[in-house]
Design a protein around this ligand. Structure first.
Ligand SMILES: [Zn+2]
Length: 619
């Protein structure tokens, strides 16, 4: 029984609804591990609506001895509940339960939704909070081990496969994964089946590597912070920021956990790429070498102890040149503070910088529009005359309904203001009717289905072609967005706008309305209470994905139907077909809510790459 101690941490409580009708709630929390209290149940926490309560790890974690739990039915039981302290009566926030099961050999981070509590009399039903729970292996008693890597017996069998041997003489093959989805999928999404090596042989349990974790998007990281990109960019080695931009390929999971990764050897199987620096170890750098006339696929192999050693894993990615997308951030400001954007202009600039980090894995660089000509009364300075960041525009309006409670599920007036056809616009209005952001002008797209075959499959949709999983039997078919077609589905006043615009902008045509690419976002969307919020950055990246033609991965709403809007489905942990990966693709909803402390919707996969890169805004 290798795992002897695990640590359970109650990490965060994301507040969905503060229960109090006015103002913040005061919550007390009751956390238990196998019935024993963890943390102080008397501590009162201020629960701000859509805020996150970060529980200090020191008090809200427990190390559990699991050495006596040795049967498949053994579990560690978690319960968590809360109350909203009120003067008249306390409100029950609902209880969540979870069981970690034997053999406790894999670190897990889990989000649990509190149950819907029925409202009393005329009061509405509430789903109050989402709990994020972490389980880590902290002590392992390996009953056997692999000997020094050089002396690991590797014998080639007649079918070309290979085996490694434990000290006790048992044969095994290590599991080494270079997952194309980073952060790597967690429940309810499921990765292809892994062979059980560690538990069966008494070896050190497998582990996720640091490169499998979500990127921290603020403070702003390097462009190549996300490992295993779907596109390896062709960069000039003389680029001053080469080291910050060059593609990083990394192992995301290994079993046994103490495998000596210095013996891992990377090898280019096909495609115009070269390894920069060492080709050994758990992480390497790769650069594209072609002229980049068109994007092509490359394959890289990961082998053991030399390029002719046993094959452990294959990675596929596109190779292409960096394409630039020019952006305008239009801040639509009404006549009084209540109708002006909620945060400082630099906050919105920070949001697009974070979104740009996500698009770097597609070889797309978001840059401020180099043409700074303003229309419709817009300016590159704020109301005090101070210069705004590059690409950010102040757009004053006298009609406050153009920026307050904007219905962005219909063509908007806001998205035509200070527009420059061919450029991508992030339009921040004061607020939207639903409180949500939406892509309003999806144009330059064809709405067709795009197929892709080969293995490993995009996002490792099963059957993935990764042994012991079977090879894919059919092509994946990605559905994309049809054009919103602004020239025929007009916002109020579009015809007059074209006429007025032509008077001051001679080249502007009616057809140019079909070259507005825009998303309209509520200016106050934040989980951490500030405008520079990684969730807002990921949210913007998601809307820009729609603008460039991508549909939702998943149904677009985790509480509804399981099948994916973009038709990319895979079996989940409950054995059902659903959008995959559910939380980790940028086109799902792995941000906000329980994900707010570390948003996960950061991946763009190889089947999405050709869609975003063929958009006419990509130059
Ligand atoms: Zn969406």
């Amino acid at each position: 029984m290798p795992v002897t101690k695990i640590k359970i941490t109650f990490q965060t409580v994301a507040v969905n609804d503060s229960a109090d009708i006015w103002g913040d709630g005061e919550w007390v929390l009751d956390a238990r591990v196998d019935g024993k209290a963890v943390g102080n149940p008397k501590t009162e926490w201020v629960a701000k609506e859509r805020g996150v309560i970060a529980l200090p790890e020191k008090d809200w974690s427990a190390v559990v001895d699991v050495s006596t739990k040795s049967k498949p039915t053994d579990t560690v039981k978690i319960s968590f509940s809360g109350k909203d302290i009120d003067i008249i009566s306390d409100d029950d926030l609902g209880e969540v339960k979870y069981e970690f099961k034997y053999p406790f050999n894999k670190d897990q981070t889990i989000s649990l939704k509190s149950p819907v509590m029925k409202g009393w009399l005329f009061l509405p039903d509430h789903q109050y909070y989402n709990l994020q729970l972490k389980m880590e292996v902290v002590e392992v008693k390996a009953t056997t081990t692999v000997t020094g890597p050089k002396s690991v017996a590797v014998s080639r069998q007649h079918d070309g496969s290979s085996t490694f041997t434990t000290v006790g003489g048992k044969q095994f093959e290590p599991r080494v994964e270079v997952c194309p989805v980073v952060p790597t999928p967690q429940a309810p999404s499921k990765l292809p089946k892994r062979p059980d090596i560690a538990t069966a042989l008494g070896l050190t349990p497998g582990k996720d590597t640091p490169q499998s974790k979500p990127a921290v998007l603020w403070p702003l990281p390097n462009p190549n912070t996300l490992c295993n990109p779907s596109l390896i960019p062709i960069l000039k080695k003389t680029d001053a920021d080469f080291a910050k931009k060059v593609a990083r390929l990394a192992v995301t999971y290994q079993e046994p956990g103490d495998l000596d990764t210095s013996f891992l050897t990377w090898h280019v199987k096909s495609g115009p790429i070269e390894i920069i620096g060492s080709n050994q170890g758990p992480e390497i750098k790769v650069n594209g070498t072609s002229a980049g006339a068109s994007d092509v696929l490359a394959e890289i192999e990961l082998r053991w102890d030399g390029v002719k050693g046993p094959l452990l894993c294959t990675y596929r990615a596109w190779v292409g040149k960096v394409k630039q997308v020019k952006y305008r951030l239009n801040l639509i400001n009404g006549t009084n503070p209540a109708s002006q954007v909620a945060f400082a202009p630099t906050d919105y600039e920070n949001q697009i910088k974070m979104a740009a980090i996500i698009y770097w894995q597609a070889g797309i660089e978001f840059i401020p529009d180099d043409i700074t000509t303003c229309w419709d009364g817009a300016s590159t300075t704020d109301s005090t005359g101070a210069a705004l960041p590059k690409g950010v525009f102040n757009v004053p309006v006298t009609n406050n309904t153009w920026t307050v409670n904007v219905n962005n599920f219909a063509p908007t007036i806001a998205s035509r203001l200070n527009c420059r056809p061919g450029v991508v616009h992030a339009v921040y209005v004061r607020s939207t009717t639903t409180g949500r952001a939406a892509a309003t002008d999806i144009q330059g797209v064809d709405g067709k289905d795009y197929e892709m075959d080969g293995k490993p499959t995009a996002s490792w949709v099963v059957p993935s072609g990764i042994p012991p999983d079977k090879d894919p039997t059919k092509k994946l078919k990605l559905k994309t967005f049809a054009s919103s077609n602004r020239p025929s589905k007009k916002a109020p006043g579009d015809d007059n706008y074209v006429k007025a615009r032509q008077k001051v902008d001679a080249g502007f045509t009616k057809a140019d309305m079909g070259r507005i690419y825009a998303a309209v976002l509520p200016s106050d969307w934040s989980w951490n209470g500030t405008g520079t919020d990684a969730n807002a950055g990921v949210n913007l990246a998601h809307e820009l994905g729609h603008v460039l033609g991508l549909h939702h991965r998943g149904s677009g709403d985790a509480t509804k139907a399981p099948l994916s809007n973009d038709n990319i489905n895979s079996e989940d942990t409950a054995g059902k077909q659903r959008g995959h990966p559910w939380n980790e693709n940028v086109m799902t909803y792995g941000y906000g809510g329980a994900m707010a402390p570390a948003p996960r919707a950061q991946d763009i996969d190889i089947i999405q790459i050709p869609i975003v890169r063929k958009h006419p805004a990509c130059l």
